[in-house]
Structure formats: structure tokens, C-alpha cells
Design a protein. Structure first.
Length: 395
């Protein structure tokens, strides 16, 4: 699952996006071990042992309530008065044996294979992705019946988990909303047992309850699709764009008479309708994609120039970057809030970077028919603009 193609294959490609996405749940059965490259129990043990994980990023939950961190961690304070929670493995084990579930948020920031999988999914669904981890050793549900304010894709890594799915009681609810969904009544509309290698897509606002009640210890990931996606998000963006218009920057005539206020509203309606054209959604989507900062990381020790060495590998750090090849004389890459225009012969270099997988400068040079030195200069521009990162090789 380290490429957009892999996600598309598991989810159903364009048909999933057109017919399932944000509409209904979807199950994809996979072979056992399908997600072994993402994370294992051994990996989780290493992460818990080698990181300072503060609540609520790491938390235990039982029956929908958070377990007091003092029941599984001690507060450590060093001689510089810095404090943090230090996990007590025996107490963590005891709480899990009592029925608690372990949750670790944003685990993709700690484990490179998950970072790659998250970026690949973002490349496919074009929205921000956050990966959380859930571990359960007993049949008790950790959270009860609940809904999430974002769609999720659950990947079962080990064991099994039963998902009772009730559907939405308020269509497309949001974290910021004028009403709150009522709890579902009656039986679930679906009961799905995910086993090792299976995948479940669940839209935003769908009530569900999850439990490892099949007698197997469970380890699963949720890829939360957390980016801006609603009509309200689009209108917030549009209002920001319209600040270029004087009418929106001027004070609203709150102290004027009805006639002046009505005239103001009429002008405002005209200005707004001028923006509500057939291309609005695509303009918004493109702007959101290319202004997202991406996921850059340092490229030490190369702080000024990428070394012109064939074995140095580089990766595009902005999964939703867009490549404009419309010009007959140049090619433009937009992403991470920046824009870079290059001569047309650079196009093969940029096209090879777009999948977001590590690629060597030597391979880029071969594809473009350019010297490695020239490719290193191109990549240096992107690294300095935080659109690309050096991911290996070199001395």
C-alpha cells in the first residue's frame, strides 16, 4: 500500500471515488499478511518503548471512557524540570487485560512505512490523511457506539475485529455544526468481521461500534481522511479569494437604513454569483492541493545543494502537487505553497517525481537525457522550496 495505485486497486479506483466515496461503506477482503509491510506487534512494541508518548496522543480507552494515565504511566521530571509520562509496561498490560483498548494517534509521523502509505492514500483521495493505531486484547469495545467527523479506512493488521455499522442519523454531520446526530436505534444495518488483510471504508458520520469479540487479539489502523472537503470549506476558501474585491473589504452597512442595506446585499449577491461558475469546485480543489504544505523533512547535511551523485535518492514531499504541462516551452510544478517553472526538457524529471516514491538522481538523469549535475540543480530548487527531500544515498 505504498503507492496510489495500490490504494486504487484495493478500493476500486475511479468507481470507488464516483459511487462509494462519502456515500456508503465498502469492504475489501485481502489475503492474510497484506498489511505486514505497514506495522506489526513488534513494531508497536518498539514505538512504545522508544518514544515519549503523551496523552492524548497515546491513551487507553474502556467502554467509551478514557483510562486515567496514572493507572498505566508515571510522571517523570528531570533536573531541568521537564516532565513527561513514562509508560509502565506491566500496568499497560494489566489495563489491556481488563478490557481497555490502546490508541496511538498520528502513528504515521513515527513510522516511515506508514508515512509512505499515508502519502500514497492522500495522492489517491486528494485530502489530508491521519493514521491512528488501535490494539485490543479482550472482547470489550473501547469506545461504544460512536461516529467520526471524518471518513476512515480501517486496515486489519492482526487478529479480527467486529464492526457493527448503524449508518448516519444526521446526513453529513460535522465537528462544527448546528445540530448533533441522535444515537441510532434498533439493530445495526451491517455486521462485518475484519480479519488479517481486510479493509473497510466508512463515510463520515456513520455510527459504529468496534470490538475484538471473536476471541482474537486485534491490531488495526485507521486512515482518517481529515482534510477540508465540505461545501462550508469551499465557501470559506471562496470568501478568502474574494477579499480582493473592495465590497468584501468594506464595512457592512449595519447602521444604514433599510434601503442602503438592501442595495448592499444586492451588490453582494452579484459579486458572489459572479464567482459561482462551473469551474469553482475545480479551482478550489486545485488551490487546496497546491497550497497544502506537504510533509517535508530535513535533508541534512545537504543544506545548500543536492550532491550531484547518481545514487542520491529524492522524493517529492507534497502528495497533491500538480504538474502543468500545457505550455509548449515550459513545465510548471505547483505544490507545498510554491510554484516552479522549468524549461520543457525538465518535464521527464518532474513526471518521475510525481508518484512520490524515492528515485535516484541517476535514474532521473537517464529518463530526461540530462547530466546528473543538471538534475541535482533542479532537485536543489525543489528541496529548498520544501517540495522535495533527500531520502538516501550520498556521502
Amino acid at each position: 500500500m505504498n503507492s496510489a495505485l495500490s490504494w486504487a486497486e484495493r478500493l476500486g479506483g475511479d468507481e470507488f471515488l464516483a459511487q462509494t466515496f462519502s456515500r456508503t461503506h465498502h469492504v475489501s477482503r485481502g489475503p492474510a499478511g497484506a498489511f505486514d509491510s505497514l506495522l506489526t506487534w513488534d513494531t508497536l512494541n518498539t514505538l512504545l518503548t522508544t518514544h515519549r508518548l503523551q496523552p492524548p496522543r497515546l491513551r487507553l480507552s474502556a467502554g467509551g471512557d478514557l483510562v486515567d494515565p496514572d493507572r498505566y504511566a508515571t510522571t517523570v521530571t528531570n533536573r531541568r524540570s521537564a516532565s513527561w509520562h513514562h509508560l509502565q509496561p506491566a500496568e499497560v498490560h494489566a489495563r489491556l487485560a481488563e478490557g481497555a483498548s490502546l490508541v496511538l494517534d498520528s502513528v504515521h509521523e513515527m513510522h516511515p512505512p506508514l508515512a509512505a502509505a499515508s502519502a500514497a492514500l492522500e495522492r489517491f483521495v486528494r485530502t489530508t490523511v491521519q493514521v491512528n493505531l488501535y490494539a485490543s486484547l479482550t472482547p470489550e469495545p473501547g469506545f461504544g457506539v460512536h461516529w467520526d467527523d471524518h471518513a476512515v479506512i480501517a486496515c486489519q493488521l492482526r487478529g479480527a475485529k467486529r464492526w457493527q455499522i448503524y449508518g448516519p442519523t444526521r446526513e453529513a454531520p460535522g465537528w462544527v455544526d448546528v445540530d448533533f446526530p441522535q444515537e441510532p436505534r434498533g439493530e445495526p444495518l451491517a455486521e462485518i468481521v475484519l480479519t488479517d488483510g481486510d479493509l473497510l471504508y466508512l463515510p463520515r458520520g456513520w455510527w459504529h461500534c468496534v470490538a475484538a469479540d471473536t476471541g482474537e487479539q486485534s491490531l488495526h489502523l485507521t486512515f482518517g481522511l481529515t482534510g477540508p472537503s465540505t461545501g462550508a470549506d469551499l465557501l470559506h476558501w471562496l470568501v478568502d479569494q474574494m477579499r480582493a474585491r473592495l465590497l468584501l473589504r468594506q464595512d457592512a452597512p449595519r447602521f444604514a437604513g433599510p434601503g442602503e442595506q438592501n442595495a448592499y446585499v444586492a451588490r453582494l449577491r452579484t459579486e458572489l454569483l459572479a464567482e459561482l461558475d462551473a469551474g469553482l469546485v475545480e479551482r478550489w480543489a486545485a488551490s487546496v492541493d497546491v497550497t497544502h504544505p506537504g510533509y517535508p523533512h530535513t535533508s541534512l547535511p545537504h543544506i545548500t545543494n543536492v550532491p550531484a551523485e547518481a545514487e542520491v535518492t529524492v522524493t517529492l514531499a507534497c502528495p497533491r502537487a500538480r504538474l502543468d504541462t500545457g505550455s509548449a516551452a515550459s513545465v510548471t510544478l505547483r505544490g507545498a505553497g510554491g510554484e516552479w517553472e522549468f524549461a520543457l526538457p525538465v518535464r521527464p524529471v518532474l513526471q518521475a517525481l510525481m508518484p512520490g516514491v524515492p528515485i535516484a538522481l541517476g535514474d532521473l538523469a537517464d529518463r530526461a537525457g540530462l547530466p546528473v549535475e543538471a538534475v541535482a540543480e533542479i532537485v536543489t530548487v525543489l528541496v529548498q522550496g520544501q517540495a522535495a527531500v533527500i531520502t538516501g544515498g550520498g556521502r
